[in-house]
Design a protein around this ligand. Structure first.
Ligand SMILES: NC(=O)c1ccc[n+]([C@@H]2O[C@H](COP(=O)([O-])OP(=O)(O)OC[C@H]3O[C@@H](n4cnc5c(N)ncnc54)[C@H](OP(=O)(O)O)[C@@H]3O)[C@@H](O)[C@H]2O)c1
Length: 336
């Protein structure tokens, strides 16, 4: 009989938490019992398999009774519990950025490096949601043609910054429609109003002027692809879309290619869908779908450079879906 797993979701009442519960159910991940945790600062409820559950404050004893704990809350919470639970034999799948660059922790996108999942390393990190369309979409291109330089501009949806940010977008939009004024919501985590606006800042800036998000994309891509020598420069931009991050990328390879050969490779890349011109991906035509999208493929300005438009739902493949796929990979390897 297929093994059923005792699980916990820490951050179940959040944006990623909600999608995670939906996808666990939709993909029929075998669960025998589940605990749901939130900050405990306010009353919150989640729905799972047709039942409504209250969320409670994290409880280490209950988490340590589980076999898999999904962390979809924040870095501090992952820091506090993940390794302590792993010592007790609990798999911890972490969507926060806390351990992504930690040498002890595999950073996993199952389509790319699911084979590195190993029971000796029970804390597993999922990557940054902005990087995912690039990492998944161009993985086979990198293998075949050797990517050596990437220039990238992101167009990042508001849900990438959590439920407070999304509430701010809705409130500010309503306020603008009602009054004609652009006013930043008091709840907003951003430095500027996001409704009817865009800004080139995701996270805080370092001394060179790169934002936290821009640095995460470069560092995590190198770790996942095991490609330390790739040169990459990113401009991360927040836009008022609800979900799905899009990326405009200019990519140089070391080996030559033809557009036809690139199309063929993109079309057979696991987890990616190639869209032929004149169609292309938008947040509205790709949200709540499980793959990443590659479109607008064309030659770039330099030799062996091509330009491409990538997209992927930040809450699905960028977070919750990837975590569920990691759990599925664990179940496939160790669940007998
Ligand atoms: N949003 C994305 O697209 C995305 C993509 C990749 C990775 N991530 C990562 O996924 C995590 C969750 O992001 P999100 O967008 O879902 O955020 P969110 O919507 O703000 O939700 C945060 C969740 O964490 C809970 N929480 C806060 N403090 C807690 C505490 N001390 N103990 C336990 N639970 C606590 C919140 O509970 P309350 O409801 O009680 O506040 C809520 O359930 C973050 O680490 C984020 O970096 C997000």
């Amino acid at each position: 009989m297929k093994k059923e797993w005792k699980i916990a979701v820490v951050g179940a009442s959040g944006m990623v938490g909600g999608e995670l519960l939906y996808l666990l159910e939709k993909r029929k991940f075998p669960v025998s019992r589940a605990y749901f945790f939130s900050s405990g600062k306010r009353e919150s409820f989640v729905k799972f398999k047709g039942r409504k559950y209250g969320c409670e404050k994290p409880d280490f004893k209950k988490m340590s009774e589980c076999e898999i704990v999904f962390f979809v809350s924040n870095e501090e919470v992952s820091e506090k519990y993940a390794f302590k639970l792993a010592e007790k034999g609990v798999w911890c799948i972490d969507d926060s950025s806390r351990f992504r660059m930690d040498k002890r922790v595999p950073l996993v996108i199952p389509e790319i490096n699911g084979d590195i999942i190993d029971e000796r390393e029970k804390v597993i990190a999922g990557p940054n949601c902005t990087l995912t369309p690039l990492a998944v979409g161009c993985a086979q291109i990198h293998k075949k043609f050797g990517i050596k330089e990437i220039r990238l501009s992101s167009y990042q949806a508001v849900s990438g910054a959590g439920k407070r940010a999304l509430n701010a977008l809705f409130e500010e939009s309503a306020e603008f429609i009602r009054t004609g004024h652009n006013v930043k919501s008091p709840e907003s985590p951003f430095a500027h109003p996001i409704a009817f606006n865009i800004f080139p800042q995701v996270g805080s800036f370092d001394r060179l002027g790169y934002s936290g998000e821009e640095n995460k994309v470069s560092a995590e891509l190198k770790k996942i692809w095991r490609a330390g020598s790739i040169r990459i420069s990113v401009t991360a931009v927040r836009v008022p879309a609800v979900r799905t991050h899009c990326l405009a990328a200019w990519i140089k390879t070391s080996k030559p290619w033809t557009i036809k050969a690139l199309e063929k490779t993109f079309s057979s890349t696991p987890g990616a869908k190639y869209i032929k011109p004149p169609e292309y991906a938008t947040p509205l035509n790709t949200a709540k779908t499980e793959c990443v999208y590659v479109s607008r493929l064309r030659p770039g300005a330099a030799e062996r450079e091509f330009a491409v438009w990538l997209a992927g739902d930040n809450l699905y493949k960028g977070a919750a879906l990837n975590s569920v796929q990691i759990a599925e990979a664990i179940a496939a390897k160790y669940g007998r």
